[in-house]
Design a protein around this ligand. Structure first.
Ligand code: CTP
Ligand code: MG
Length: 234
């Protein structure tokens, strides 16, 4: 068999400050289970994904292992490791772990806050990485987007059909992801909000955007919980 392995790095090391809850949003209980469970379950059942690395807060590692991974028999989870202060530092922890393990293949970087990722999305993303080596899932924006100046006045209005909201997973060959992040860390660039941006700016490689879904939104603020809870019931 020459199937290369597909590894997911699932990010769960944030604080969830915009959620304004006591506990980090990835551990809020929705439909009886912690939010992090849902994306891990999708990866567990996926035909595409071979193994999963969970990156979480240092003081949550035992909880994640015992109360989520073991409790729900998420057997593809190979490691639960500690994250960093910013999202990109958590990704870097995951990539270094995989590099130490000499893992090759493709890496699916995913926000656990996107609990409603689906197998169909993973399949499209896998096709994307096979063909283009670097891709991210997203959806065309529903709202018109304005670019403003520092004073808040509109400077221009991009053509709506060309504006996408980017989601996760963002999927790259291991080599590309590792090299891009290695340069980012070396050059101490800090203003990065997603993985595609790291690859765009550090390696100047083209990134293909792949259709995600509107359900694959990032649970960020309290009203998102109501929508997520309803969708998870389906
Ligand atoms: N994340 C992470 N490590 C960090 C910051 C974020 O692993 N240092 C993860 C989050 O757990 C989340 C995903 O990255 O699943 C996307 O980040 P975001 O939605 O911004 O989550 P938080 O940073 O936790 O939320 P906020 O920005 O509101 O504080
Ligand atoms: Mg954040």
């Amino acid at each position: 068999m020459n199937k290369k392995s597909n590894i997911a790095i699932v990010l769960a090391a944030g604080k969830g400050s915009r959620m304004k809850s006591e506990i980090e949003k990835q551990f809020l209980v929705l439909g009886g289970k912690p939010l992090l469970y849902y994306s891990l379950k999708t990866f567990e059942e996926s035909e595409i994904i071979d193994q999963v690395i969970v990156v979480t807060n240092a003081d949550r590692i035992t909880y994640v292992k015992e109360e989520i991974v073991e409790k729900y028999h998420l057997n593809k989870v190979r490691a639960v490791i500690k994250g960093g202060k910013e999202r990109y530092l958590s990704v870097w922890e995951g990539l270094q772990y995989l590099d130490n393990q000499k893992e090759k293949g493709n890496v699916f970087i995913h926000d656990s806050a996107r609990a409603l990722v689906s197998e169909e999305i993973l399949e499209r993303a896998y096709q994307g990485v096979k063909e283009f080596k670097a891709c991210a899932v997203g959806m065309p924006t529903k709202d018109t987007v304005k670019i403003v100046n520092d004073q808040g006045f509109v400077e221009h209005t991009p053509k709506r059909s060309l504006v996408w909201n980017v989601q996760t997973p963002q999927v790259f060959t291991m080599d590309i992801a590792y090299e891009a992040y290695k340069r980012l860390i070396k050059e101490k660039v800090e203003e990065v909000t997603d993985d595609a941006m790291v690859v765009e700016t550090m390696l100047k490689l083209p990134i293909k955007l792949i259709e995600g879904s509107y359900e694959n939104f990032k649970i960020t603020t309290p009203e998102d919980l109501i929508m997520a809870e309803n969708l998870l019931k389906k």
